[in-house]
Write a protein that binds this ligand. Structure first.
Ligand SMILES: N[C@@H](CCC(=O)N[C@@H](CS)C(=O)NCC(=O)O)C(=O)O
Length: 227
């Protein structure tokens, strides 16, 4: 008997314009050559409240559904995709680089709250003028140091650890933050941002985000200068 065709994974996302955790999960799937079906639930709306419970035990996005399985939380999704769709490695083979990548991904997942709260991801925003508080500045400095360390250790002028890895996906929303707000950044940082911004998958996501009709007032931060 022929095997039943496998349904494509289903990824439940928030608004592409604002949902940084959704972007991370989607990028990992795309880089593993998986084309998930995507359900977008617009955040901060009655529709989100009405529908999220059908998909997510935490009432948060992203959530990956594969058959009867439900995987929530961006980092768990990333590790699961890496295991299940292993044709394209999502971590470096070198154990030291792999450990560095995991530490970086974990630090992003659990940290940088000042930056995340003050400067939301916003695909539509460009170089908005913002006040940078000392805690936000500290987060930015730490991220710049981490990116420089990773690229130096892996001798890379592109992805953080040589080839694309989950660490890159975890920091992609920071790249969009660095594009959205006028910040004083090093050339090394800008070169990593430029590398990401040339990526077709990221550009595809940005394009869809820019076309979304929803605006969330509290996510709109800074004074527009170039828009
Ligand atoms: N630790 C979670 C964070 C998920 C999260 O905070 N998602 C936000 C959107 S980016 C969300 O679901 N917000 C909607 C809400 O809290 O109502 C992950 O890594 O996936």
């Amino acid at each position: 008997m022929a095997a039943a065709p496998q349904e494509p994974p289903l990824l439940i996302c928030g608004n592409r314009n604002y949902s940084s955790w959704s972007l991370r999960a989607w990028l990992v799937l795309r880089k593993a050559a998986v084309d998930p079906e995507v359900v977008v639930l617009p955040m901060d709306t009655p529709e989100f409240e009405a529908r999220i419970g059908d998909y997510s035990p935490t009432r948060r996005v992203p959530v990956l559904r594969m058959g009867s399985e439900c995987i929530w939380d961006s980092l768990a999704i990333a590790e699961t995709v890496s295991e299940r769709f292993g044709d394209v490695p999502l971590w470096p083979e070198d154990p030291q680089l792999r450990a560095l990548g995991r530490a970086m991904a974990a630090e992003m997942h659990s940290g940088f709250s000042a930056l995340r709260e003050a400067l939301p991801m916003n695909c539509r925003a460009r170089q908005r003028s913002v006040e940078v508080s000392p805690p936000v500045s500290k987060d930015i400095q730490r991220i710049e140091a981490l990116w420089a360390q990773a690229r130096q250790q892996s001798d890379s002028s592109g992805w953080l650890l040589g080839d694309f890895s989950i660490a890159d996906a975890m920091f992609a929303p920071v790249v969009l933050r660095f594009r959205a707000y006028a910040l004083d950044l090093s050339d090394t940082t800008r070169s990593y941002c430029d590398h990401w911004l040339k990526d077709e998958d990221l550009q595809h996501w940005i394009g869809l985000g820019e076309q979304e009709p929803w605006v969330i007032d509290h996510e709109e931060v800074g004074e527009p200068t170039l828009e």
